[in-house]
Every structure is written in structure tokens, then in C-alpha cells.
Design a binder for this molecule. Structure first.
Ligand code: FAD
Length: 457
């Protein structure tokens, strides 16, 4: 009997899964495998919110495989060792996996290939599973990746996508291969309003968004109070939704909303091709501006105020509180809180990126680190010294104060636009608010940043 192994990683779905399709086509039976690798836990990347979401994704994947006559085999240990063990136990001929784009994933892939080839087995790495257009597919003439989004996007739009693959009808798993229980949900440190994970809920969410959300996307995507973006980021990070399928579906739908939404998916691929070409950009600056950032050592109180949502700037505090409560934050809010930390408070972007990675259920090395670098002006932004003013941003993107009122109950009695500048309220009103004074004067923060970057205030 010919047996294949499918190693699931950041692609926890059955629909549009080319590695599973290829494994089924090649074999009489397959082992759908997921490995809980202590190296990921030890790296700190398995934060409580993502661990909880992962639990749901694995349970859902197992249930979907069981409906088709199979099951998910879960193993714990170093990925390469565990895959080789399963291959030996099942006497499998080949392993299928989706291409990953972080240093960890690329290194794992190489070691797996070497280990399998040593025993005469083959590794098949499938591109375009966790991205729509794989890194390296489109490159500028003189470089191995694009460093500016606009020309990348032009090429990305013109790149043909592979066809969407149907979910399998039946999956036969050999009886002799056993696994562990899916790890139980502990709940400690998990955001109270974390959404459920799993392909089933992600596909239901997508169906609702095509029906009710997509057409208005372009008009509402920056409206903090409307909260009208897709919230597909966690399903995309865990692969319960396929980027290829989303792009195809949105293009079929058509219209300005769909075009704008597809553009955001191009940003996702853009950051991945930067990370794949420059793996160190997860931690080191792509383009140093010779900053002497403030860090935990010299800015502890400011950092704590930012993390805890008590900076005295309502829209910043609303966003930071949403992050803890939901494990998610609106894109406009991510931009303005990142600008506030790096430019107004002049604190190292890595401090902010680490805090986001701890809480974000969609916390993703490429998207998080490279968006932080973009906002800090050390990455791919063509206007690296831009500073977002939290008052102006609040008035523009939360004009009626709905977002601030939702997350900062102390300010519910203050109407917009004054809610974005509570320090302008008369002394008596301010005294009853129990809301902090600003941690920094915006003009002073701006001057410090401009001095540091060698720009005249
Ligand atoms: P939508 O607006 O509905 O967009 C659809 C999809 O497009 C998103 O799900 C996402 O996959 C992609 N997308 C949208 N905006 C961007 C962007 N700027 N860059 C890359 N892809 C994008 N996104 C993450 O998935 N994980 C992160 O860890 C992450 N950290 C970020 C940190 C900072 C400082 C900033 C400014 C942005 C970060 N983003 C991150 C990008 C973006 O904010 C989120 O993807 C988006 O807010 C998720 O909400 P949504 O799914 O409703 O997005």
C-alpha cells in the first residue's frame, strides 16, 4: 500500500489544500499530521490567545477529517524527528507540506528534506498555500524581492493564481499510526472576547462577509467605530482560510470594495516576500535611521502606560484596551498606536512588536514585525519620518467617538470631538473623569523625534 504523510502547519483546513490533494492523489492512504513542537513554545511564540485559537483549529480539523473517514494525528516533539517517526511507522513514501517563509520554517523544511532523503523518501513543498503569490514569483530586475509596495502590487495584480482545490470527499488514514490528544484548553491569560478558531467558523464568517461586508469595505475600512473590516487575519494566520480562494472569490464579486480588500491581501504577500528574502528583518532594522531608541530601561513608565491603555490619549488607550480584551485591534488603531509608541514616545519598535505578538490572535512574524518597521520608518515606508497625531487621527477616524466610548468607559459622558482631547475640558469636569493626563506633550514628542532623525522641527 502506498502511504503519504501531510504535515499541517499554518494551513489548518481541508478546502483548497494542495498538499493534501497531492498526497491523496499519490497514495492509497494518508497520515494527516500536526506536530506540537516545543521549539515554538520555547520561543515564546505560542502565546495564550494563539494557543487557544490553535486548539479550536485542531479540534475542527480533526472533526472534519473524521466526517470523511479519517482523523488528525497529533504528535509532540521536534518536528523533523516526529515526521520521520511517523514516516517509519506508516512506511510512507513521501511527505507533503506547505512552504513557510520565516527563518524557522525554511530551516525546518531543509532539515526535513535532508532527513527524509537519507532514508530514501521525498519531501514535496507546495507553494501558494499560505500566500496567494509566493515569495520569489515576482521580483524586480536588480533584487531578489520588492522593497516598495506600489510596484510590487502592480506585478502582483498581473500574476495568474493557481486554481482553487476542492475539499476531499474521503480521507483514509492507516490504523497503525497513533497520536496524542489535542492539548486541552487552559484558558489562562486568554483575552475574554477571543473569537473561536477553526475552518468551520472561518468559512461561515467569510460567507457572511461576502454577503454583508465586502461592498462597503473601501468606504468603511478606516472607520474605527464601524468595525467593518473582515477580521480574516487570524483565520489567515492559522490557514483556516485560503488566501488564493479569498482573492479569487473577491475578484469574482467585483466592485471597489472587493478591489480594496484584495489590495490588503497583496500587502500580506508583500511582507512575506520581504521576510523570506531578509529573515533577519523579524528582529533587525531593514533600513537603520541610526535611532537611539528609548527602551524598557529608560522609559518604563511610558511603556507601561502604553501597554495598559492609560496614556491620556483616548484613541490610543481605546486601541490598547481592545487588544487585551479581544486579542485583536483594528488596522487604523494598529497604525496610530505604533506611531505613538515609536515616534511620539520614541520607544524601540521591538518593544511594541513584542507586546502585540503576545496579545494578537493573528500575531504573525511577517505582518507584525514588518508593519512595525513600516511605522517606525525603518522598513519599507517611503515616508519614514511621518508621524500620526492621535488627536487628529481620533477626530478623523472616530468622528462620533463611538470607538473611544466603547473601550474607555471613563469618557462615555464626553461627546465628540472633545472626547479626543479631554485635557481641554474645564478643570472641574476633568477632575470627575478619573482619566489620566497625557503622558507626553505632542509637540515635545514631535520635536524629540525630529531632532533624533536630524529633521528641523
Ligand atoms: P482587513 O482590513 O479585512 O484586511 C484583509 C486581510 O488583508 C487581513 O486579514 C490581512 O491578512 C491583510 N492585511 C490587511 N492589512 C494589512 C497590512 N497592513 N499588512 C499586511 N496584511 C494586511 N496583521 C496580521 O495578520 N498579523 C499581525 O501580527 C499584524 N500586526 C500588525 C502590526 C502593526 C503595527 C500594523 C500597523 C499592522 C499589523 N497587521 C497585522 C496588519 C493589519 O493591521 C491586520 O492584518 C488587520 O488589521 C486585520 O484585520 P482584518 O482581518 O479585519 O483586515
Amino acid at each position: 500500500m502506498h502511504i503519504s504523510v501531510v504535515l499541517f502547519t499554518a494551513d489548518l483546513r481541508l478546502h483548497d489544500h494542495p498538499p493534501l490533494r497531492a498526497a491523496l492523489d499519490a497514495a492509497d492512504a494518508v497520515v494527516p499530521l500536526f506536530v506540537l513542537d516545543p521549539a515554538i513554545e520555547e520561543s515564546g511564540f505560542a502565546a495564550p490567545n494563539r494557543r487557544a485559537f490553535l486548539h479550536d483549529c485542531l479540534a475542527d480539523l480533526d472533526a472534519s477529517l473524521r466526517e470523511r473517514g479519517g482523523r488528525l494525528v497529533v504528535r509532540r516533539g521536534a518536528t523533523v524527528d516526529q515526521v520521520c517517526r511517523v514516516v517509519t511507522e506508516a512506511d510512507a513514501c513521501e511527505v507533503h507540506v506547505s512552504a513557510g517563509h520565516s527563518a524557522f520554517a525554511m530551516h525546518r523544511e531543509e532539515r526535513l528534506r535532508t532527513a527524509l532523503e537519507r532514508s530514501g523518501r521525498r519531501l514535496f513543498v507546495h507553494e501558494a498555500v499560505t500566500v496567494a503569490v509566493p515569495p520569489g514569483t515576482i521580483t524586480p530586475a536588480a533584487c531578489d524581492h520588492f522593497t516598495v509596495f506600489t510596484p510590487y502590487h502592480r506585478h502582483w495584480e498581473g500574476t495568474p493564481l493557481r486554481a482553487v482545490v476542492a475539499a476531499p470527499g474521503r480521507v483514509r488514514v492507516p490504523d497503525e499510526v497513533g497520536g496524542e490528544e489535542i492539548p486541552p484548553l487552559t484558558g489562562t491569560g486568554v483575552s475574554p472576547a477571543l473569537p473561536p478558531g477553526g475552518e468551520g467558523s472561518a468559512r461561515a464568517q467569510a460567507a457572511a462577509y461576502w454577503r454583508d461586508g465586502l461592498d462597503a469595505y473601501d468606504d468603511t475600512r478606516d472607520d474605527l467605530g464601524a468595525d467593518a473590516t473582515s477580521r480574516f487575519s487570524a483565520p489567515l494566520h492559522f490557514g483556516t482560510l485560503s488566501p488564493v480562494e479569498l482573492v479569487q472569490r473577491a475578484r469574482r464579486h467585483g466592485g471597489a470594495g472587493a478591489r480594496s480588500f484584495v489590495r490588503q491581501l497583496a500587502w500580506r504577500d508583500f511582507h512575506r516576500q520581504v521576510l523570506a528574502a531578509r529573515p533577519s528583518s523579524a528582529h533587525t532594522e531593514l533600513r537603520t535611521r541610526h535611532d537611539h531608541w528609548r527602551t524598557e530601561r529608560d522609559a518604563r513608565a511610558d511603556i507601561d502606560a502604553w501597554r495598559e491603555g492609560r496614556t491620556g490619549y483616548p484613541v490610543v488607550d481605546a486601541a490598547m484596551r481592545q487588544l487585551r480584551e479581544e486579542g485583536w485591534m483594528h488596522n487604523r488603531a494598529r497604525l496610530l498606536t505604533a506611531s505613538f509608541l515609536t515616534k511620539t514616545l520614541y520607544i524601540d519598535w521591538r518593544v511594541g512588536a513584542a507586546h502585540f505578538l503576545h496579545w494578537l490572535v493573528d500575531g504573525d512574524l511577517a505582518n507584525n514585525q514588518l508593519n512595525w518597521q513600516w511605522m517606525a520608518g525603518t522598513g519599507t515606508d517611503t515616508r519614514p519620518h511621518r508621524v500620526l497625531n492621535p488627536v487628529t487621527q481620533g477626530k478623523k477616524y472616530d468622528p462620533s467617538g463611538v470607538y473611544v466610548h466603547r473601550w474607555v468607559p471613563e469618557l462615555r459622558g464626553v461627546a465628540a470631538p472633545r472626547v479626543h482631547e479631554p485635557w481641554r475640558l474645564p478643570g472641574l469636569d476633568r477632575a470627575v473623569l478619573a482619566y489620566p493626563e497625557p503622558v507626553v506633550d505632542l509637540a515635545e514628542g514631535l520635536e524629540r523625534f525630529r531632532r533624533a532623525r536630524g529633521k528641523r522641527p
